[in-house]
Design a protein around this ligand. Structure first.
Ligand SMILES: NC(=O)c1ccc[n+]([C@@H]2O[C@H](COP(=O)([O-])OP(=O)(O)OC[C@H]3O[C@@H](n4cnc5c(N)ncnc54)[C@H](O)[C@@H]3O)[C@@H](O)[C@H]2O)c1
Ligand SMILES: [Zn+2]
Length: 667
């Protein structure tokens, strides 16, 4: 085999692997930029050596795959990828190429390139009938049930829509929602998600659409496909789509020349940082659909469009040291301490290294020159090492074996990426973190007490766990730094007031791993008292709606600790709410116990939320999609025809709101 052929095969193999990591596992191991450079290298080699052509090369195919867990369905119209460019010269070359192929004046539409997961929605008679992922471009995964939960996707269109068409767009997760999801994950001791794109793409592949519904996903549309659409240009089709009820960002602009295209690029290269979601470039499209048709497609992309990718802001700097942080749950996070460097307008000194595997995979060593990138993440990340600059005496990083705070030997459970310090009761950052969580706003919300004071109280030896807060006296806290007579009074009063906080929030405040706000609510509602939860077996816990094995085990472990039992008894003695109050119990029955109920349509006497609350108060479960497990459907006006058909097919009874109110004895 020739050297060239060998290189080509190597690159194909490597790129296929990256495609798999990126599209199927949602876990890329190299940056997009590096990926694109390699793809370009392969493209060039292949064009110089057409004798090695292969229709299966990553240069010839759309990178995605279909996933086995969903029904695979063909696209009526193929979904293509886009050619990428990183420079204005590339764009000028593109213009020269297309001008050779078509006559006449060309106008361009500039759009933002949203970074998420592509989706194709099919509408018939104005109703959403199907949503497919891009897959390999010819066929995709049927993720309609998940897609239906996204609020910005209209289920029913308005205006003068064509009878049948496909509309393509990108499912994105705006930063705000992404950060909120991560705060919640960190709060319950889970590793945060890496970036919005992966999380958006991963969300579509979830098996439980109720889980998808909780994620603040959005769908931004950019392309109409079908026959007899009644539009002449791309720009017009965007406007039409907007009128029919789709979310089409207003940033799209018509450009009469490449000059204007460059202006658009320059503008958004700066202003994209103000957008609520991630963008990775600009897409330039020939506006006239007739001209688009003349230009046609290559094996993988339309000739009439090209993406200009913003170079994600990257710098290289020296890794001075690695330190290890201990979180509230004992999770260890390695942090890179960098030689300060400017990146995307801020000075970067630290970057997350995630976990031991990440350090090993990238072979990151102290003293290395490393590449740092600021993407959608809150903290910058390290992309790789400049090996050419590695010092001769460099040593591989040896991950710590003991807690940097309390010197206890670390553990790492099978299947977990993170190491943990198991010294639950004796490791200071864990103790402080747990009490800080206890007093936080969504938990006990103790006014007059902040995180720093908690650290002081622990360091001064005044408290060792959250139950000790209720023993504190004014005389004890007054000598603390920055404490005055008034603030000491407020602190003691705030602690006293927190005794009124309802049970579900106390349960959340305890800081049981994996028990976030929602799970705490579920458990509180189901068991009604802390004793009942503590006495429940793992099997019983798992039987509670939405409580999985991981949560059940964690709850069991928490309550079997003698120390925790002692603390909870103290909380009880101090008068905290450890059971659901009589007030909350009013209106709660078991009339719908074990029933899975779907709510559909618009109601006369109740809002959907009121209806859902009534179902839950009476022991039922609200489910977002109809399946063989559905017991009945409460339907109002405008129940979707596909839902109706599904219910009939599965022989599930449909009742109206009055029958429902009768069922729960309200009328
Ligand atoms: N890091 C890795 O390991 C790795 C692996 C594979 C792919 N990738 C990255 O993914 C890219 C290839 O992915 P791709 O094939 O999905 O192409 P792409 O993401 O570069 O471009 C095509 C996609 O852009 C999206 N898009 C967003 N806004 C659009 C708009 N306004 N108009 C039209 N399309 C719009 C569409 O979903 C379309 O499918 C590579 O360039 C690389 O950067 C990275
Ligand atoms: Zn420790």
């Amino acid at each position: 085999m020739s050297k060239i052929q060998h290189k080509i095969l190597e690159l194909r193999k490597e790129l296929n692997e990256h495609n798999y990591n990126y599209y199927v596992l949602d876990n890329a191991t190299i940056s997009d930029y590096e990926f694109d450079i390699k793809l370009k290298e392969l493209q060039e080699l292949e064009s110089q050596h057409p004798e090695f052509f292969d229709a299966n090369s990553p240069t010839q195919r759309v990178g995605g795959e279909v996933v086995k867990s969903f029904e695979t369905m063909p696209h009526d119209y193929r979904m293509y990828s886009l050619d990428n460019s990183y420079s204005k010269e590339d764009l000028l070359d593109w213009e020269t190429r297309i001008k050779k192929l078509i006559d006449g004046n060309i106008q361009y539409v500039c759009e933002l390139k949203y970074d998420g997961a592509s989706i194709s929605l099919t509408y018939e008679m104005g109703m959403l009938v199907r949503a497919l992922t891009r897959g390999d471009g010819f066929q995709g995964d049927n993720v309609t049930t998940n897609i239906r939960t996204i609020k910005s996707i209209p289920l029913q269109l308005k205006g003068d829509f064509p009878e049948k068409f496909d509309i393509r767009g990108e499912i994105v997760l705006p930063f705000e929602g992404f950060n909120k999801m991560n705060e919640e994950r960190i709060e319950i001791g889970e590793e945060p998600y890496r970036n919005p794109r992966n999380t958006a793409s991963g969300s579509l592949k979830l098996q439980d659409s109720a889980e998808v519904a909780k994620r603040p996903l959005e769908c931004l549309l950019y392309n109409l496909t079908g026959a007899n659409l009644g539009v002449q240009s791309q720009f017009e089709s965007l406007e039409k789509a907007r009128q029919w009820g789709f979310k089409v960002p207003g940033a799209a602009k018509l450009a009469k020349s490449m000059e204007e295209v460059f202006e658009y690029i320059n503008y958004w290269n700066v202003h994209r940082h103000d957008l609520p979601y991630e963008t990775d470039g600009v897409v330039i499209k020939v506006n006239n659909l007739q001209q688009q048709e003349e230009l046609g497609y290559t094996a993988k992309s339309p000739r009439w469009a090209i993406a200009y990718k913003f170079k994600s802001e990257q710098v290289s700097t020296k890794l001075n040291s690695i330190s290890y942080q201990v979180g509230r749950t004992g999770a260890i996070t390695p942090v890179a301490n960098l030689e300060p460097v400017e990146l995307a307008g801020t000075i970067v000194k630290r970057a997350s290294l995630h976990n031991a595997d990440q350090i090993e995979k990238l072979d990151i060593r102290v003293g290395d020159e490393v590449y740092v990138e600021k993407g959608g993440e809150i903290i910058p990340k390290i992309l790789g090492v400049d090996l050419s600059k590695r010092p001769l005496n460099s040593q591989p990083t040896v991950y710590i074996t003991h807690c940097p705070e309390c010197f206890t030997e670390l553990v790492r459970q099978e299947g977990e990426a993170q190491h943990y310090c198991p010294n639950y009761n004796g490791c200071k950052p864990q103790i402080i973190g747990r009490i800080q969580h206890f007093i936080s706003r969504k938990a006990m919300d103790i006014e007059g007490l902040g995180g720093e004071t908690v650290a002081l109280l622990v360091n001064e030896g005044l408290i060792t766990n959250y139950s000790d807060l209720y023993d504190l006296t004014k005389a004890q806290v007054i000598p603390l730094e920055r404490m005055a007579d008034k603030s000491a009074d407020n602190l003691i009063l705030g602690i006293e007031e927190s005794k009124k906080i309802p049970f579900e929030r106390v349960l959340f405040a305890l800081g049981i791993r994996y028990v976030g706000e929602t799970v705490a609510k579920k458990l509180a509602k189901h068991y009604k008292s802390i004793e009942a939860i503590a006495n429940a077996s793992e099997d019983e816990l798992v039987n509670v709606d939405e409580i999985g094995v991981k949560i059940a085990q964690s709850v069991k472990a928490f309550f079997s600790s003698e120390e925790n039992q002692f603390i909870i008894n103290r909380l009880k003695d101090f008068g905290l709410q450890l059971e659901i109050s009589a007030e909350q119990l009013i209106g709660q029955t078991d009339l719908l116990k074990g029933k899975s109920i779907v709510v559909s349509g618009v109601f006369e006497s109740l809002s959907r939320d009121e209806l859902k609350k009534l179902i839950e108060d009476n022991g039922g479960k609200v489910s977002s999609s109809i399946s063989s497990k559905t017991d009945f459907i409460v339907a109002g006006d405008n129940m979707g025809p596909s839902k109706k058909k599904k219910a009939e097919d599965l022989n599930i009874s449909i009742i109206n709101e009055y029958n429902f109110l009768q069922k729960i004895k309200k009328i």
